[in-house]
Design a protein around this ligand. Structure first.
Ligand code: GCW
Length: 684
């Protein structure tokens, strides 16, 4: 036999590799939604040699399959309308495509826009596009600690390798920058809002500088979370009083030091007097004093302060009202470079909350919304919960601040109240897992956040479809069912965890499983589920109407009245605003108790349906991602039953009614469920 006919180990390896390529099996999700063929060799003409324009040109050269592209920065009036980061894409009669922008950043976004159109099969006909971002500042917030752990992170350790910096620069930084730029993110807060003063040491700032340098060409600025007592911890002062002259000088010096290293540093994010962190109130001062002191230090450098409104005192009055009470009296008094950063709901990233009444109420201060991309209260990275729908639900909610049509989006993008700065933040779900986000489908939440930050008028569905097409396949047989599944997924989680306005039924110590019965001696009342669900023999729910805590009064009319009356209150928020009798008649004609059972059951049935849909998708995609998602859906299905049984068996003690006979019966015993203690350590 001739030698070349014998299959050697090398041949076998080659064959194996070809097999893997053909079936797409060697797929770990690392490439996110950026999967275009990079052998295009397009003609791209530009005279701009700045690093950002070079990236834009190179991305197009490698990926664009169409006519020649001309990139140019112009400062004409027509361009000015599109702001510094907007762009215009036109095609002339010679079939040349021009991308014109007011800055190189605009070219970058224009290039990614064109490539996205190509990737989703929409770069057809004569191109005539103009785009400008709705929010000026589009940020990720990393809750990454300096030791590499991530608070509420479910995709491994932090991608920031502080120990290795500044010498070693992880290749991940650039990949991260590129992925973010491709969806329009232009800023990132590198560290946890539960910030240690150490982040501001000179040694750390040298490291931050390196990250800033990698991100800069991608038009991404870095920001830091600061600890309010830094002047004491780092500067040796005996106070951090914001009105103290030495404290003020300390911050000015520190800020100056930062800008010497990072001339385009974005600014500070501050969590103060919240969950045990220091703040101006420790020194008898206010949030206003604290925010304005930092704003004054940052203003000469064009930096901003994002001061979080996530504050609540350990009292037994209604926690949902507290941020509004603390912040609205200061409206109009903050310096112009202060933004108030408000979580989407009044409590804390629950599966469903009504929007925070601070949106719309603070009209003379730029208010920015903070969403969670990481799924702290939505099954971590084990559960499928596409959050495009949740972000839209909040952004599209009408605050009625200036009458009908005053959506949260308009109240925060600067248009309704005429603010010059506008921003939006998402708490990142990114870690060092190969696929970045733990669950392959959770990449869509990062993507959707970026796309909506750019344009909040996009629909959650169109975003899911373009994401699927770029990330998996252009086969409609896959796109349509998977998009449908994603679109229903967050509602499914709400149904099996806490439907109809229930909230905070989570276990003590982690926020994964159910523990509506949780009692911890000596614990803050507002960290316990019973504070929120208030189940008793008469009914369930928190009375926030005018006969209760009157939180409804923080909303504008007619929403206030709508929420206030049990008959007009949106049933999705019913138990958020009302304590409702077990036999109250719902719109469906069922009693409240039966309806609750139906919702929990529906949640479980939805996940079973997702499993069926996903299993039938096997022929369309790579084996690796298929199996990974399949395994996660199994966990989700089991967890959904756990949630349903735990909540219904527990609430049944109060309702003393049976679960409608046509619904699935519980498979657990309440006593067994009460014994489950997950090994996850964290406060509340
Ligand atoms: O929901 C709570 C989280 C904390 C978090 C806090 C916050 C960063 O459980 O982990 O701390 O919100 O947003 O500040």
């Amino acid at each position: 036999m001739k030698k070349d006919k014998t299959p050697t180990a090398c041949h076998l390896l080659l064959a194996a590799c070809l097999f893997l390529v053909n079936t797409g099996a060697a797929e770990n999700g690392h490439r996110l939604w950026l999967r275009a063929d990079t052998s295009a060799q397009a003609t791209v003409i530009t005279s701009h040699i700045g690093a950002t324009a070079v990236i834009a040109a190179n991305e197009l050269r490698k990926q664009w399959q169409g006519s020649p592209v001309i990139l140019s920065v112009k400062n004409t009036l027509s361009i000015k309308d599109y702001g510094n980061e907007g762009f215009i894409i036109n095609e002339n009669s010679q079939k040349e495509i021009s991308i014109t922008a007011g800055s190189e950043a605009g070219l970058l976004y224009g290039a990614y826009h064109l490539l996205r159109l190509q990737a989703i099969g929409a770069a057809i006909g004569t191109l005539n596009i103009s785009e400008a971002p709705k929010y000026k500042i589009r940020l990720l917030n990393h809750w990454d600690n300096l030791d590499g752990t991530i608070e509420r992170g479910y995709a491994g350790y932090s991608i920031w390798k502080w120990d290795e910096l500044p010498q070693t620069i992880s290749p991940r930084y650039k990949e991260y920058a590129r992925a973010n730029a491709s969806i329009g993110i232009n800023g990132t807060v590198l560290n946890n809002v539960n910030a240690t003063p150490q982040v501001l040491t000179s040694e750390m700032l040298q490291k931050v500088k390196i990250i800033a340098e990698v991100l800069r060409p991608y038009n991404i600025k870095v920001y830091l979370s600061i600890n309010f007592s830094s002047p004491m911890a780092l500067g040796g002062l005996n106070t951090a009083d914001p009105l103290d002259k030495d404290v003020r000088q300390w911050w000015k010096n520190k800020v100056k030091e930062i800008y010497q290293l990072i001339p385009d540093f974005g600014g500070f994010l501050v969590k103060a007097n919240s969950e045990g962190l220091p703040g101006p109130q420790d020194f008898g001062r206010t949030h206003l004093d604290g925010a304005n002191m930092l704003a004054e230090a940052l203003a000469p450098h064009k930096g901003i302060v994002m001061w979080r409104a996530f504050v609540y005192h350990p009292t037994d009055t209604d926690r949902a009202k507290q941020a509004y009470q603390e912040f609205t009296p200061f409206d109009g008094k903050f310096l112009p470079n202060v933004l108030i950063q408000v979580k989407n709901g009044p409590i804390d990233f629950q599966p469903r909350e009504p929007f925070s009444p601070l949106f719309g109420a603070m009209q003379q201060t730029p208010v920015m919304s903070e969403f969670q991309i990481t799924q702290e209260y939505l099954g971590f990275s084990n559960h499928l919960a596409y959050l495009g729908t949740m972000y839209k639900e909040c952004l599209d909610s009408d605050t009625y601040a200036h009458g009908e049509g005053s959506s949260v989006a308009k109240a925060t993008d600067g248009s309704l109240f005429g603010h010059k700065i506008s921003a939006i933040a998402g708490v990142a779900n990114i870690g060092e897992d190969t696929n970045w986000c733990g669950h392959h489908l959770a990449q869509a939440n990062w993507y959707a956040f970026g796309r909506l930050a750019w344009n909040h008028t996009l629909s959650a569905e169109s975003i899911s479809r373009e994401w699927i097409r770029q990330t998996f396949t252009d086969n409609e047989e896959f796109i349509t069912p998977v998009a449908e599944m994603m679109m229903q997924s967050r509602e499914a989680v709400v149904n099996y965890m806490m439907p109809m306005g229930l909230h905070h039924l989570f276990a003590w110590g982690h926020h994964y499983g159910p523990e509506p019965w949780c009692e911890v001696e000596g614990a803050r009342p507002d960290w316990l589920p019973s504070y929120y669900h208030k189940a008793d023999h008469t009914g369930i729910g928190f009375n926030r109407s005018s006969t209760g805590s009157n939180a409804v009064a923080q909303y504008f009319s007619p929403l206030r009245e709508e929420f206030n009356h049990i008959q007009s209150c949106d049933e999705r928020y019913l138990l958020w605003f009302h304590h409702v009798a077990w036999d109250y008649r719902m719109k469906s004609g069922r009693t409240l108790w039966d309806e609750l059972c139906y919702h929990y059951d529906k949640g479980v049935q939805s996940v079973r349906k997702f499993q069926k849909i996903w299993d039938s998708m096997e022929p369309y995609i790579d084996a690796e991602r298929f199996a990974h998602v399949q395994a996660r859906l199994r966990i989700q299905a089991r967890d959904a039953v756990w949630w349903k049984d735990a909540c219904l068996l527990y609430f049944q003690i109060f309702s003393m009614r049976h679960i409608p006979y046509e619904l699935e019966r519980p498979v657990h015993d309440l006593d067994d469920l009460k014994k489950i203690k997950l090994n996850m350590t964290h406060h509340n």
